[in-house]
Design a protein around this ligand. Structure first.
Ligand code: LMG
Ligand code: NDP
Ligand code: PMR
Length: 394
């Protein structure tokens, strides 16, 4: 059945590409018959990881700077170290971003991770300097854990200059929904609702940071955008009238899916990414002028080798990387994707708020267009209001 869907979809997708004409020479935006856009990213080398059996203890607070500039020995004013919180920094994109930032020597990274031992091994194996990061426990599948995380971070007495909502789960083969501690369907509960609470809590900390460019970044994806070819691979994202979200996604007396439909793990993930992208824009509309915080989302490229696909069938995990590398050319290495997200964290040229960033085949960033649903202000407002009820903020 799934096999049929995939195989029957493929030829039409490929022929649609052939029919397209190059729309924009700055990036390979290929127009296809029904207005879809094919995006590609540059190829890159894969980060090599060596795992180590040695666990290290939590790092304690290493930096705390009251003012933005500090006098260097030469008497020059230099920018103090920034502090960036990254959720899900124990693997994939989050880890690669943490490393890219830590390697600059200009950032201290707070890694919000559910598995402390895994995170500490990963940071060490990636070669991160021991005083460049602090691991703080965070399980986004529990609102209590999110609140505890916020408190624990505050107790470190470090400034909060950038928050990156990166962690995610993808359950493409699940036949039945699973649920967070608060009874929300897992993908939307972790990817959207856990991050929604976390981001809302840290907004005050970001606002009071004296860093010149404070940012809240939520990782989106092409597969949630139905104005792209990738976003049209079934099952497609669709939040519908949000009746399932309004019902609490509990699967008991109400659907586990946002649109109120039958459970589908792949769709739940894509829906959660739509919520991530809508949330970023709603933050921008509500808080950018007042706080000066930059709100951004991004599609880092197809990082086909990460743990995100751990629950997919083995055939998929085998074929997906070469498929993305040689056929769609959408593949990007973890290292390259980490550099991209690190740009969104720290590049002075990427301070614009309300933007969904993507990268072209030369790995240059550009402001991308979201699908109609993922840029619908009415829907964003409704998702925001329903989400704040579910996480106890309203
Ligand atoms: C479903 O799985 C889940 O069941 C569902 O729950 C949900 O999660 C959904 O969208 C999410 O996914 C679908 C899964 C099962 O599909 C895949 O695994 C797709 C794999 C993607 C890879 C497609 C294969 C492409 C061809 C492989 C080539 C790789 C090597 C490239 C090396 C090139 C060197 C130059 O379905 C399957 O597993 C079916 C997979 C079998 C697909 C067979 C497709 C054969 C068509 C061959 C295409 C040839 C294209 C040539 C084009 C040349 C163009 C220049
Ligand atoms: P990974 O699986 O490698 O990373 C996901 C991270 O999220 C892991 O560190 C994982 O922790 C963490 N995580 C999962 N559940 C929880 C939880 N309940 N609480 C705290 N942390 C949790 O995948 P990627 O690096 O690929 O994904 C990172 C982001 O990039 C996601 O937002 C994804 O949607 C996005 N993305 C990925 C693309 C890709 O092609 N891979 C494309 C577009 C977007 P643990 O290590 O303990 O499992
Ligand atoms: Mg997709 C331009 C083509 C393109 C890109 C950039 C992606 C990205 N994918 C593309 C095309 C296709 N994919 C085509 C033509 C097919 C049919 C064979 C296809 C299939 C496919 C599957 C089965 N793709 C997938 C899956 C997944 O399970 C992944 C997914 O949907 O995760 C939610 C996935 C992805 N494709 C991508 C990207 C970035 C993903 C994964 C991750 C994500 O969105 O976060």
């Amino acid at each position: 059945m799934a096999l049929q869907t995939a195989t029957s979809f493929l030829p039409s997708a490929l022929s649609a590409c052939k029919e397209g004409a190059v729309k924009d020479t700055a990036f390979l935006g290929v127009r296809v018959t029904d207005g879809l856009k094919l995006e590609t990213s540059a190829l890159g080398l894969r980060t090599k990881r060596v795992s180590t059996p040695v666990a290290i203890r939590a790092q304690t607070a290493a930096v705390s700077s009251p003012s933005v500039t500090q006098a260097s020995p030469s008497g020059k004013q230099t920018l103090r170290k920034g502090t960036a919180i990254i959720t899900g920094a124990s693997s994939g994109l989050g880890l690669a971003t943490a490393k890219a930032l830590a390697d600059t020597g200009k950032w201290h990274v707070i890694m919000g991770c559910r598995d402390f031992l895994k995170a500490s091994r990963a940071a060490k194996a990636a070669g991160m300097e021991k005083d460049s990061y602090t691991i703080v426990h965070l399980d986004l599948a529990s609102l209590d854990s999110v609140r505890q995380f916020v408190n624990n971070v505050r107790q470190l007495e470090m400034p909060v200059d950038v928050v990156v909502c990166n962690a995610a789960v993808y359950q493409p083969t699940a036949k039945e929904p699973s649920f967070t501690a608060d009874g929300f369907e897992m993908s939307v509960g972790v990817n959207h609702l856990g991050h929604f609470l976390l981001a809302r809590e840290f907004l005050a900390d970001l606002t009071s940071s004296d860093y010149p460019s404070k940012r809240l970044i939520i990782v989106g994806s092409i597969t949630g955008n139905t104005n792209t070819l990738a976003g049209n691979v079934p099952p497609k994202a669709n939040l519908g009238d949000l009746r399932g979200l309004a019902g609490g996604l509990s699967g008991v007396g109400s659907s586990a899916m946002i649109d109120g439909g039958e459970f589908d793990g792949a769709k739940a993930y894509k829906d959660s990414k739509v919520c991530n992208m809508l949330t970023m824009q709603e933050f921008h509309r509500r808080y950018h002028d007042e706080t000066g915080v930059t709100f951004a989302s991004l599609y880092p490229g197809c990082i086909a080798t990460t743990g995100l696909f751990r629950e997919h069938i083995p055939l998929f995990r085998l074929l997906f990387p070469p498929f993305q590398k040689y056929i769609t050319k959408g593949y990007v290495s973890e290292e390259e994707a980490g550099k991209r997200l690190a740009q969104v964290v720290s590049e002075p040229s990427l301070t614009k708020s309300g933007v969904y960033w993507s990268w072209n085949k030369n790995s240059a960033s550009f402001e991308n267009q979201l699908s109609e649903e993922a840029s619908d202000p009415e829907k964003a407002k409704k998702v925001w209001e329903l989400s704040e009820k579910l996480v106890g903020l309203a």
